[in-house]
Design a protein around this ligand. Structure first.
Ligand SMILES: O=C(O)CCC(=O)C(=O)O
Ligand SMILES: [Fe+2]
Length: 293
């Protein structure tokens, strides 16, 4: 598609590969076009080649305040890394099931930006689905059934599969969210995901699981997934409410280090101070912010 920022769709409903030079500050018109593309497509991929960290930060900040996380040395920083090399960053090599960062807190991240800093071209990927598509794929009767229901989302203690409340310490963070949420422009989307959703409030375990199975089937239907194989210099930025992300195992893919900025949200240490204090006293530096997303 043409316009100020030429782009092509990554799927019918979401994702745009955009042709834009992010190394330069935005003109006011470009900033508006960049924001509009993000608002309508929810995910933007730019094949940047070499890009300064400051330029990635600027491109991300266009969509809101950046969250101050913890770097690999446990220092506060807006810049963090996802890396197979634990001296550089977090998340190791395990598969990550579909999730939305901080969905188990009252203030999930609004967006995430990753940049291929040190990757073997084509050796690993990240996957996304749209929770708007997931909602639109439901039958009218199921939409009606879930309209006023809520779920409890729990921390992703185990990263590659469903986390259950009964497998967690009672002190671990968990938060109740409506199943159906809406974007600022009024589109309904599902706020349940396969890694972090435990149960629907007020239903028997069997009824809850039966509905969640149907929601997951719609969310993760084959054909709805956008997968991006990383190349060095790729930048991807996405809406963490409307899209969920996942990855396969990344052992044996060589070094995989992605530079990361986070939009919005509130640090876990502020949302769950007791939990963080206990975890820090037990495990020491850095373990919680890096691992628990
Ligand atoms: O490593 C990836 O592909 C995704 C990592 C992730 O879950 C994140 O950055 O929030
Ligand atoms: Fe994540």
């Amino acid at each position: 598609m043409s316009g100020l920022i030429p782009w092509r769709p990554l799927s019918e409903t979401f994702g745009a590969e955009a042709d834009i030079d992010l190394s330069q500050p935005f003109t006011p018109q470009m900033l508006e076009a960049w924001r509009e593309l993000f608002r309508t497509r929810h995910l933007i991929l730019v094949r940047c080649g070499a890009l300064e960290t400051e330029a990635q930060e600027r491109a991300t900040r266009a969509f809101g305040e950046l969250l101050v996380g913890r770097d690999a040395q446990d220092q506060p920083s807006t810049l963090t890394y996802v890396s197979t090399n634990e001296e550089k960053g977090g998340l190791g090599t395990t598969e990550l099931a579909f999730h939305s960062d901080f969905s188990f807190t009252p203030k999930p991240l609004e967006g995430i930006c990753l940049y291929g800093d040190s990757v073997v071209d084509g050796a690993s990927s990240t996957k996304w689905i749209s929770a708007i598509d997931g909602y639109n794929g439901l039958s009218p009767s199921l939409r009606k059934r879930i309209a006023d229901l809520k779920v409890v989302n729990v921390i992703s203690n185990i990263r590659l599969k469903r986390n259950r409340f009964n497998g967690c310490e009672p002190t671990l963070p968990a938060t109740t969210h409506p199943i159906v949420r809406h974007t600022p422009s009024g589109e309904a989307f599902l706020y349940v995901n396969e890694a972090q959703t435990d149960h629907i409030v007020g239903l028997s375990a069997a009824d809850s699981d039966a509905i969640l199975d149907e929601l997951f089937a719609s969310l993760y239907a084959s054909g709805r997934v956008v997968e991006h194989p990383w190349r060095k210099g790729d930048l991807v930025i996405w809406n963490n409410w409307v899209l969920q992300h996942a990855r396969g195992e990344v052992s044996g893919v060589g070094e995989r280090t992605l530079r990361r900025f986070q939009i919005g949200g509130v640090p876990l240490a502020e949302q769950f101070p007791d939990f963080m204090a206990t975890m820090r006293a037990t495990y020491g530096r850095g373990l919680v912010p890096a691992g628990y997303d």
